[in-house]
Design a protein around this ligand. Structure first.
Ligand SMILES: C[S@@+](CC[C@H](N)C(=O)[O-])C[C@H]1O[C@@H](n2cnc3c(N)ncnc32)[C@H](O)[C@@H]1O
Length: 254
């Protein structure tokens, strides 16, 4: 799986879902102007931009291990304090932030519990630490039609349903393992409209994330088979897809 891809490719593939998700997710942080916020696994900045709109660009920091995403975020929001770093090793002091958020990141962390614990370390006492992850296990995430179509063609293909936090309740379990006690779980759903089948399909060929890596590993016949399988599963265009993410937030400090 790779996020060492152009930010424009990411935006076309996942940004179309993560940008509207960020509109809702940012509200879980209960922030106001002047507070300091950290976006962990910021990508090209869907959530970072919403945090900047609430607290002011100069009051936001962001990290991501992907070099092209860090560069893209710096171009998009030059006053944000952005670093190339993983959640598990944040380059900040204890208690630096009034909210610490990770949108669609926990399932990609090498060690999700260590990442959440580290997010708690850099949060001020009683600040919200929040995360969300698509419902890949329950089949209501944005890639559900794709993975179902893949399994119609290749029943043994790997998918994202076993990743951390993608089943109901698992994010809260991970927060608990990371030492949080005041935990609040929920879900958010977004709707995205597609004018044509190709508008939906084409970004799957850009090599982004596990789905893009899967397509990139197929030969031409394999790509054509998955594409037609997807077409058979989706409604006639234009169509609208809904995508649901599990959310969990917890107060920092015991
Ligand atoms: C699905 S993208 C989400 C990006 C952005 N938060 C959004 O909502 O559009 C997952 C991001 O997690 C980043 N990532 C992967 N492993 C990470 C880790 N251990 N710590 C922090 N971020 C990580 C990737 O580089 C990628 O930018």
């Amino acid at each position: 799986m790779s996020f060492d891809v152009a930010a424009t490719s990411y935006q076309r593939f996942m940004g179309r879902f993560s940008e509207p998700l960020a509109d809702a997710f940012v509200r879980l942080a209960d922030l106001e102007r002047g507070r300091r916020a950290l976006d962990v696994g910021c990508g090209p900045g869907a959530l970072t931009a919403r945090l900047a709109a609430v607290v002011g660009e100069g009051a936001v920091a962001a990290v991501d291990p992907s070099e092209p995403f860090v560069r893209a975020l710096h171009e998009r929001l030059p006053a944000v304090d952005v670093h190339r770093a993983p959640a598990e090793d944040l380059p900040f002091s204890d208690g630096d932030f009034d909210a610490v958020l990770a949108q669609l990141v926990v399932h990609f962390m090498a060690d999700p519990v260590a990442g959440l614990r580290e997010m708690g370390r850099v949060a001020a006492r009683d600040a919200w630490v929040a995360a969300c992850v698509w419902d890949h296990e329950g089949g209501t995430g944005p890639l559900a039609a794709f993975w179902q179509a893949v399994h119609d063609v290749d029943p043994g293909a790997p998918d994202e349903s076993g990743l951390a936090g993608t089943r109901e309740g698992h994010l809260a379990e991970l927060f608990s393992e990371a030492g949080f006690t005041r935990i609040d779980a929920g879900a958010l759903t977004v709707e995205v409209a597609f004018p044509t089948f190709d508008a939906w399909w084409e970004p799957f060929t850009l090599g982004v994330g596990p789905a893009g890596s899967y397509v990139a590993g197929l030969d031409a016949d394999g790509v054509a088979a998955v594409r037609e399988s997807c077409r058979a599963r989706l409604p006639d265009a234009p169509f609208t897809l809904t995508a649901t993410a599990w959310t969990t937030r917890a107060r920092a400090g015991l």
